[in-house]
Design a protein around this ligand. Structure first.
Ligand SMILES: [Zn+2]
Length: 116
């Protein structure tokens, strides 16, 4: 799955469990995420988000995608378009949520240690 800017890879088969509560989710997504380091250079990175039926409940985009999985146990070709638009909405929210101060602080620390 690709939008005009970057690539989003969805994993439907045996996705990782939720990092927050350990519940298995129906899907995970990996997407590019770049940030600027202390010298202002773009540093490309990859993030992973897991759709969690527990933690992501009440978030409208996640609810929409979770509802899709509740109704459709398998992904049929005729449903791909619906699935893609729901997944894109969820990834957009997940992506925004992943940028938080703690994470930026961690990345700064790791870049100082030469890990990035
Ligand atoms: Zn969870």
């Amino acid at each position: 799955m690709r939008d005009e800017h970057d690539e989003i890879v969805l994993q439907l088969a045996d996705p990782p469990h939720c990092a927050r509560c350990g519940e298995p989710g129906p899907v995970s997504a990996r997407f590019s995420h770049s940030w600027k380091n202390a010298s202002g250079e773009e540093v490309p990175g990859i993030r992973e988000a897991i759709l969690c039926p527990v933690c992501d409940r009440d978030e409208p985009a996640a609810d929409g995608l979770l509802a899709f999985f509740t109704v459709h146990e398998t992904l049929e070709a005729s449903q791909l378009e619906t699935f893609h638009s729901l997944a894109a909405a969820w990834v957009a929210v997940a992506r925004a949520r992943h940028v938080n101060q703690q994470q930026l602080a961690d990345e700064y620390e790791r870049s100082r240690n030469g890990e990035l």
